[in-house]
Design a protein around this ligand. Structure first.
Ligand code: NAD
Length: 277
């Protein structure tokens, strides 16, 4: 079975570069599909309080023959839980649902700029990391300004920044900022949520050449440009297919043509600078 490469964080810890995401997966389904993902070889699971499936993920981890220590688990603090004390309480509740002692990675789910609580939330994250209950801390959906602000104010740089990133919206600028600050970039909705990217001629042609599927080509592209990537599927064959993207190495010219597919209006989700939730 293939093994995912790992990427090193600025805190010395590492993360498997290819992981498995469970947004929009019901709790009981999560229990089943996380089990399938572990069987397929995934050793990195991405959940969040707002997904409502931390308990299902926890049951899958407990039931698996794969050792807990060999699986990298991420969860996220939801916007309504931001603030110092409420973050600490939200973390406790997430850990209870997950049923684990130590978390590998905790993320602020959105900067939620209009609330003005992201800095306090980040300070709580720093305390949680100091306590040893969380190995690494990071953020998701932060505009450049707020990302630089939490670093400048606390002196603690997030290990990772999880952002919308796929061939139609490749976030060249924000990836540069992450790199400059020493932050690993993680791609959410890496397959564009299974939309037009997977039927785009550029992708299907490369897939044919490599005797691979379009989803595998897109995952291989993420790996080639250095992203940590967390595709989601609840279909058993696709879970295996997505993990087997590790066997595909794109040529530099393939990577270049996929890079060229990105366009300004390629974003699917909300813009973190404007989101008011
Ligand atoms: P994705 O880009 O991973 O697409 C998933 C969809 O693509 C599936 O539902 C299916 O329709 C299709 N698909 C998957 N594998 C396929 C295959 N092999 N062949 C054909 N179609 C396939 O979308 P996503 O779920 O939005 O993103 C992945 C993960 O990123 C989430 O599950 C979650 O963990 C994370 N995420 C985080 C945020 C955030 O705000 N931080 C937001 C969205 C998603």
């Amino acid at each position: 079975m293939a093994v995912s490469p790992t990427v090193k964080f600025n805190d010395g810890n590492t993360i498997p570069q290819l992981g498995y995401g469970v947004w929009q997966v019901k709790d009981d389904v999560a229990e089943k599909v996380v089990g399938l993902a572990l069987d397929a070889g995934f050793r990195h699971i991405d959940t969040a309080r707002i997904y409502g499936n931390e308990a299902g993920v926890g049951r899958a981890l407990a039931a698996s023959s794969v050792n807990r220590d060999d699986v990298f688990v991420t969860t996220k603090v939801w916007n309504e839980d931001q603030g110092y004390e409420s973050t600490l309480a939200a973390f406790d509740a997430s850990m209870k649902r997950l049923g684990i002692e130590t978390l590998d990675l905790l993320l602020i789910h959105w900067a939620s700029v209009h609330r003005g609580l992201y800095l306090e939330t980040w300070k709580a994250f720093i305390e949680l990391q100091k306590s040893g209950r969380v190995k690494s801390i990071g953020v998701s959906n932060f505009p450049e300004e707020q990302l630089r602000e939490i670093v400048a104010e606390t002196g603690v740089t997030p290990a990772i920044h999880q952002i919308e990133l796929h061939p139609f919206f490749n976030q060249e600028q924000l990836r540069k900022v992450n790199n400059e600050l020493g932050i690993v970039t993680q791609a959410w909705s890496p397959l564009g949520q299974g939309g037009d990217i997977l039927t785009h001629e550029t992708i299907t042609k490369i897939a044919e050449k490599h005797d691979a599927t379009p989803a595998q080509v897109v995952i291989a592209w993420h790996l080639a440009i250095g992203n940590v990537v967390i595709p989601k599927s609840v279909t058993p064959e696709r879970i295996v297919e997505n993990f087997e993207a590790l066997n595909i190495t794109l040529e530099a010219k393939d990577v270049d043509v996929i890079n060229a597919l990105s366009h300004e209006d390629g974003r699917i989700g909300p813009d973190p600078a404007k989101a008011e939730f």
